[in-house]
Design a protein around this ligand. Sequence first.
Ligand SMILES: NC(=O)c1ccc[n+]([C@@H]2O[C@H](COP(=O)([O-])OP(=O)(O)OC[C@H]3O[C@@H](n4cnc5c(N)ncnc54)[C@H](OP(=O)(O)O)[C@@H]3O)[C@@H](O)[C@H]2O)c1
Length: 333
Amino acid sequence: MPTTARTVLFHEIGEPEVLRIEDAAVPDVAPGQVLVRVEALGLNRAEVLFRSGTCYYQPTLPASRLGYEAAGVVEAVGEGVTELAVGDPVLTGPGIEMSAQGVYADRVVLPETAVLRRPDSVDAVTGAAAWLTYTTAYGALLETAGLRPGDHVLVTGASSGVGTAAIQVARRIGAIPLATTRTEAKRRQLLGLGAADVIVTGESAPEAVAKEAKRLTGGKGVEVIFDAIGGPGFRPLAEGLAPGGAVVIYGWLDPRPAEIPWTWPFTIHTYANGVLTSTPDGRRRSTAFLNAGLADGGFRPVVGEVLEGLDRIRDAHRLMESNRHTGKIVVRV
Ligand SMILES: NC(=O)c1ccc[n+]([C@@H]2O[C@H](COP(=O)([O-])OP(=O)(O)OC[C@H]3O[C@@H](n4cnc5c(N)ncnc54)[C@H](OP(=O)(O)O)[C@@H]3O)[C@@H](O)[C@H]2O)c1
């Protein structure tokens, strides 16, 4: 077994330049752990926020690791591991604490609870793009907001990894996804990915989004808003809800304060995927939903860009910060 792994570490908060590739020791595989040879990494906005010190939890410095999602193959299993075996294709994600366990590396040792069997039909690039997005959309839309067939759901920042998965999750249950983006050039892409309509927010006032959502639903409003943005646009956005509807806030891409809307009655939920997927039951339900969609082709993870080699990790972070991408950014290790 190799004793070191090429590992992305950062020793200070900052721009993508703080990311370094170093040889880090691979610990012995303890009971309940598995060693994964990583083939591809899926980026998440949370990693950009973590590196820049604006995530909801702070890195342990120096020598913080980074990353939730990888796909690869099991190379060794510790005592007591029964669900996974050497040679199994896997993906990672649940319950990872990034500083200690981050997966940006060519090998990583993780508790078996952080590693899931990857269906044989799912290649590494697709696998690295699948877990966090679909389980977040599943948990937030179905378990938290109670989205139902025939409901309209407004997905903000819909070109994101999570947003593109949310469009497919809504379609899978017969709900109708409306998408927002700031970027006119992404309109066609989002329609092609399954959005029933796209609202390009551009420079227009947030009030205009709610008005358009009402128009697109025949004046009724949407039953659910799935919001990654927050900020001052949050209050006017909620005016696009149908009476009795629900907003699920799962990200704060606009970190400015948000006001609680006056319109009512409606429900505001906050959502953290780690809460769902760190319990055995939540992990079972979300994984079953994801695997069913991957197996029958209903879920097709949107991979916007594949960068070749761990050395491209800084470029991958720059690309994410540029917001030019649609769907997931994957680095093939
Ligand atoms: N709560 C949870 O459990 C959970 C789980 C996963 C992700 N998240 C959060 O979900 C959000 C999306 O993550 P992701 O990795 O899917 O994102 P991503 O792929 O990086 O995409 C984000 C997209 O949102 C839009 N955007 C970026 N900054 C914005 C701003 N200030 N105002 C409005 N729109 C903005 C951009 O699209 P346009 O240019 O098209 O507008 C961008 O492409 C992040 O906040 C992340 O932390 C939360």
